[in-house]
Write a protein that binds this ligand. Structure first.
Ligand code: DSN
Length: 479
């Protein structure tokens, strides 16, 4: 462990150096720390990375180009990049029990694009792609390229729908995945809000996808990946899991057996900054059969790797391999369940009636609000959340009827189940005291809302008091 003094000195010195060039940037960085310290951060996809992880990103590794993979670069002088990329991959493989780890993706969307390409290249019977891979690109004719696009295009993907909790990149039409693939989605059971595996199997039988995608960004339950793999196998699909949200729960051995995607999926993608608590970035895990194609991620679909972020990934993954990370991961779920129980006890309507992961989805139509109104009222009160569609949402993806809340960040800060109950009380107070607003012409607005500013202020102070016992980055003083 570094000393608190060293951490504080490092951040203060960094700000001093930045301030000498553009003081407004230094001020904004300082202000962001104050904001994060003073608000209840309940965004399910955010966390607080360690000082070591943050500091690993702020250095001269940022200046290096390193297209290619470890030991096979398109640029000279990559020996130190090789060191950190190999370390990050090694930690990832050990942590998740994966045969291969590709740590270059800059985000979860990038990781998914790498995976899609690898699956297309490995699975689609395309004579033109074979020609393209066997010869120099200049030796292919325009007819070859036309055939390649025709042969690779319109492949089928079956993923969870966005309003059931899936991610944009799992075939949502406005995203590129919904445009490059012929896509279908599976939803959740309208009565329970849960994935209905029989329905997924039926959809797979009818549609015969090339790729079956599991994973979510707003589904508050576990998914049985053994069953999903059986469904994929029954129709010859490649089974891909996007574990971006719950990678920390897999790393911390909260999700094991049927709920650990790594032994069941052909390919697993993730971000590194959500429950995994690393730097902003992505990663792909797979077996040897897809490894060569995955390693072509840059320059196939990615810009140059970010060596400073790969260094930070290596640091964060080393942290996640420590025994205390398992304790952290199980406290994330304890806290989410305490928050859900606290809300339910106060009359909230929750999608699926609770949670068994890190997130809770409140259906705020029970308070007569849209997600947009609820999100803004909570923010006025020092509670940072994000609006999210609920299954079959009548308000669509912009206004929504839901508020998604998650516990990875507050758990990092040290808050426990008692504080989650207090948090549920604050959320309940704001949502029950907020009323929908009207447009200038008197028609109902989906965005405007009424909340007494004095009440918002009071809740904001209560939130700050609740957080006072759990200082954020306690070692860091910028004063
Ligand atoms: N933006 C992330 C989230 O909030 O879940 C997913 O891309």
């Amino acid at each position: 462990m570094s000393s608190p003094n060293a951490e504080s000195t490092a951040f203060r010195s960094a700000l001093e150096v930045i301030r000498a060039v553009e003081p407004r940037v230094a001020d904004a960085i300082g202000a962001e720390l104050v904001d994060q310290r003073e608000s209840l951060k309940l965004i399910a996809s955010e966390n607080y990375a360690s000082p070591a992880t943050l500091l690993a990103m702020g250095n001269w590794f940022s200046d290096k180009y390193a297209e290619g993979t470890v030991g096979r670069r398109f640029y000279a002088g990559c020996q130190n990049v090789d060191t950190v990329e190999a370390l990050a991959a090694e930690h990832a493989k050990e942590l998740f029990g994966a045969a291969h780890a590709y740590v270059q993706p800059h985000s979860g969307i990038d990781a998914n694009l790498v995976a899609f390409w690898a699956i297309l290249a490995d699975r689609v019977e395309s004579p033109a792609l074979k020609r393209a891979q066997a010869r120099h690109v200049n030796d292919l004719t325009e007819q070859d390229w036309f055939a390649l696009r025709r042969e690779l295009g319109n492949q089928r993907m079956l993923g969870m729908s966005l309003d059931a909790g899936g991610h944009l990149t799992h075939g949502f039409r406005p995203n590129i995945s919904g445009k490059m693939f012929d896509q279908r989605s599976y939803g959740t059971d309208p009565a329970t809000g849960l994935v209905d595996y029989d329905k997924v199997a039926e959809a797979a039988r009818e549609f015969k996808p090339l790729i079956l995608v599991a994973g979510y960004s707003a589904y508050p339950r576990k998914v049985n990946f053994r069953i999903m793999r059986e469904i994929a196998d029954s129709v010859g699909a490649t089974f891909m899991v996007d574990m971006a949200h719950f990678a920390g729960l897999v790393a911390g051995k909260v999700f094991t057996g049927d709920f650990d995607p790594v032994p069941h999926a052909h390919i697993v993608t993730t971000t590194t900054h959500k429950s995994l608590r690393g730097p902003r970035g992505g990663m792909v895990l797979c077996g040897p059969e897809l490894a060569d194609q995955v390693d072509r991620g840059c320059p196939m679909v990615l810009g140059g790797p970010l060596p400073h972020v790969m260094a930070a990934k290596a640091v964060a993954l080393a942290e996640a391999r420590r025994p205390d990370f398992a304790d952290y991961a199980s406290r994330i779920v304890d806290n989410a369940q305490a928050l859900a129980e606290g809300l339910l006890r106060r009359g909230a309507k929750l999608v699926t009636g609770g949670t068994d992961n890190h997130l809770v989805l409140i259906d705020v139509s029970g308070y007569g609000l849209t997600g947009r109104q609820a999100e803004a009222a909570l923010l006025d009160s020092g509670i940072v959340t994000n609006r999210n569609a609920v299954p079959q949402d009548p308000n669509g993806a912009w206004y929504t009827s839901g508020i998604r809340i998650g516990t990875p960040a507050l758990t990092t800060r040290g808050l426990g189940t008692a504080e989650m109950d207090a948090t549920a009380e604050l959320i309940h107070t704001v949502l029950t005291q907020t009323t929908p607003g009207s447009n200038a012409d008197g028609t109902p607005s989906k965005a405007k809302y009424n909340l007494d500013p004095a009440l918002a202020d009071k809740v904001g102070h209560q939130a700050t008091e609740l957080l006072a016992a759990f200082p954020l980055y306690p070692s860091v003083s910028l004063a």
